[in-house]
Ligand binder design. Structure first.
Ligand code: ADP
Length: 477
């Protein structure tokens, strides 16, 4: 950038064309990328686990979010660096596929990057590191399967599902009401679950904080036949998405046909699914078969405010659920919504696949031991990378210990020794100072697919970062 003056002495700025691009190659490129990835992971590390810290994020328009959900933190951080963006993507993929474990996956990737940096410094080629990591991740994923357990639940015995959801919720801000929230999540998921097909459509669950628009009505002569048509097909309640004016409202009321005039598109679809009705774009298309059925529709007010909700009950098909959250302030409600989302995902994952592994870092420690032992079987340079992978796995229990105010290295050593001595893969970090390391006794578990996905996704992204050896970017002025 240069300052120049025109013939009248007025200043102007000359911007150079961006022909100059900054370029990093080889090891420098890898190191710069690794440190960007590590920086993101470092931010999330303190949020991991039941004693993890929360982050307060302010958006440019002043909205404040307080959360410890990894995906949300990264989503709102507005990072510029391309590698940091990859880490954000990573967390998002875990959120999209599993819904939980979004912090852990980034911490794991950060640890893998940190170990890779050491290996690169020792002169090991990045491709060999990437290959070693790939082998190690497969060993770890297989090992997880090996130490996993099936666990049973049924519509009558929901306790185990509730317990798993409680593990997820225990690290959230809302952990004081984890039991209540876990029960709500499990009931909601079971209500929409197809246990035979082992499938759950989470779209059928809506977490509502706002209020349904209220029942009111009126309108003029033009609406007369519209109302008549509704009456003719036998409708006893009209629900409309785009609203109608006061005159129509009046008319409907006059004819004893109650109506809801503003219902969001999503809600309308849920109501249609629940009642077995069809959404008709024009009232002329209304026929008796397209009507939905519900036993009772009532309005209920809450608390001291004038908030009112419309309840549509005893539906023909009750497989649509709305969870209604009230709270002291918007931030709390938003965080509760995010936490319930995680719990819903955990319950859904369990219905899809009821294998679990124990949490509190126990599964990672067990995998670390298995990967370390397997390293000896590989004669090539990859064995260094495999060992480093084992060390990276240890970083999860270490972060959990550190965040709970424990000595990370000491605690890890003790727990690892205990796992080996007792041949018990359930020993983890006693974050809440319960008095036992056995996560099975503490009822701290996570889904097998969630944990496997964490390892696979973290490995994938790290491999991708390691393979970049040329970074060309527009130079900054
Ligand atoms: P994520 O977003 O990755 O799920 P969390 O902050 O929810 O991150 O922390 C999850 C980690 O905390 C998991 O490793 C889980 O096993 C562990 N954890 C949760 N509850 C407990 C507990 N009561 N004791 C020990 N570890 C726990």
């Amino acid at each position: 950038m240069a300052l120049a003056f025109d013939e009248y002495g007025r200043p102007f700025i000359i911007l150079k064309e961006q022909e100059q691009k900054s370029r990093l190659r080889g090891l420098d490129a890898q190191k710069a990328n690794i440190s960007a990835g590590k920086a993101v992971a470092r931010i999330l590390r303190t949020s991991l686990g039941p004693k993890g810290m929360d982050k307060m994020l302010q958006s440019p328009d002043g909205d404040v979010t307080i959360t410890n959900d990894g995906a949300t933190i990264l989503e709102q951080m507005d990072v510029d660096n391309q590698i940091a963006k990859l880490m954000v993507e990573l967390s998002r993929s875990q959120d999209y596929e599993i819904g939980d474990g979004t912090t852990g996956v980034v911490v794991m990737a950060g640890a893998l990057l940190e170990q890779a940096e050491k290996l690169l410094e020792r002169g090991i080629h990045p491709i060999r590191v990437a290959e070693g990591y790939e082998m190690a991740s497969r060993i770890a994923v297989d090992h997880l399967e090996h130490i996993s357990q099936k666990f049973d639940f049924s519509l009558t015995n929901m306790e185990s599902l509730v317990q798993t959801c409680m593990t997820t919720l225990s690290s959230k801000i809302v952990n004081r009401c984890k039991r209540v929230l876990a029960e709500i999540a499990v009931k909601a998921v079971l209500a929409v679950a197809d246990l035979e097909r082992k499938d759950v459509n989470l779209d059928l669950i809506k977490v509502e904080v706002e209020k349904f628009q209220t029942l009111r009505q009126q309108e003029q002569k033009y609406f007369d036949d519209m109302v008549q048509k509704c009456k003719d097909v036998g409708a006893t309640l009209v629900i409309c998405q785009w609203g109608f004016d006061d005159e129509a409202n009046h008319l409907l009321m006059h004819r004893n046909l109650p109506a809801v005039r503003w219902v969001g598109g999503v809600e309308l679809e849920l109501i249609a699914i629940a009642t077995g009705g069809r959404i008709v774009p024009r009232f002329q298309e209304l026929t008796p078969e397209k009507l939905g059925k519900a036993g009772l529709v009532r309005e209920k007010s809450f608390g001291t405010t004038k908030d009112r909700m419309l309840y549509i009950e005893q539906c023909a098909n009750s497989r649509a659920v709305t969870i209604f959250i009230r709270g002291g302030n918007k931030m709390m409600i938003e965080e509760t919504k995010r936490s319930i989302h995680d719990a819903l995902c955990v319950a859904r994952n369990l219905i899809r696949n009821n294998s679990i592994v124990y949490g509190g870092g126990s599964a990672e420690i067990s995998c670390s031991i298995a990967v370390e032992a397997a390293a000896d079987r590989y004669p090539g340079v990859e064995q260094y990378a495999i060992r480093s992978f084992a060390d990276a796995l240890d970083s999860i229990p270490m972060a959990l210990a550190e965040n709970s105010g424990l000595q990370p290295i000491d605690t890890l050593t003790v727990v690892k020794a205990q796992q080996i001595k007792e041949n018990n893969p359930h020993c983890g970090i006693d974050c809440n100072d319960v008095g036992t390391n056995d996560m099975r006794e503490q009822n701290v578990f996570e889904t097998l697919i969630g944990k496997q996905q964490q390892i696979l996704l973290a490995t994938q992204v790290v491999k991708m970062i390691l393979k970049i050896d040329d970074v060309i970017s527009p130079s900054e002025y």
